[in-house]
Design a protein around this ligand. Structure first.
Ligand SMILES: [Zn+2]
Length: 115
């Protein structure tokens, strides 16, 4: 019995060493060996079983990036609104960060920055 059946490239599922594996449609674009074990580590059933977790994350990134590129003004607007709404907290955090940086750095960075 051959290890790879003649249907190998068509089947989204394969069995290897007694474990069932599913092919990720996105991974399969570039690599025929895009089979992942059918575990929650690799698949998120709530997202559907067309893409593995890594590819869902990548797709979300791509989509968000594309949305931001398509409408940069809305991102700027939202960032500005956030900065305005959280001015006090952001200022406190910034001050705390500066104080921490000043207090901890005893190398030549402070004098270089000041001079
Ligand atoms: Zn994938």
């Amino acid at each position: 019995m051959p290890a790879h059946g003649h249907y190998g490239d068509l089947s989204p599922v394969r069995c290897r060493e007694g474990e069932f594996e599913l092919r990720c449609m996105d991974c399969a674009q570039g690599d025929h060996g895009a089979y992942w074990p059918l575990t929650l580590e690799f698949w998120n059933p709530r997202r559907g079983m067309q893409r593995c977790r890594a590819c869902w994350t990548a797709k979300r990134r791509r989509d968000e990036h594309a949305r931001r590129l398509a409408n940069p003004a809305s991102t700027r607007e939202r960032n500005r609104a956030y900065a305005l709404a959280n001015r006090e907290v952001l200022n406190l955090k910034r001050r705390a960060r500066r104080a921490a940086a000043k207090g901890s750095s005893s190398d030549g960075r402070v004098s270089a920055a000041a001079g």
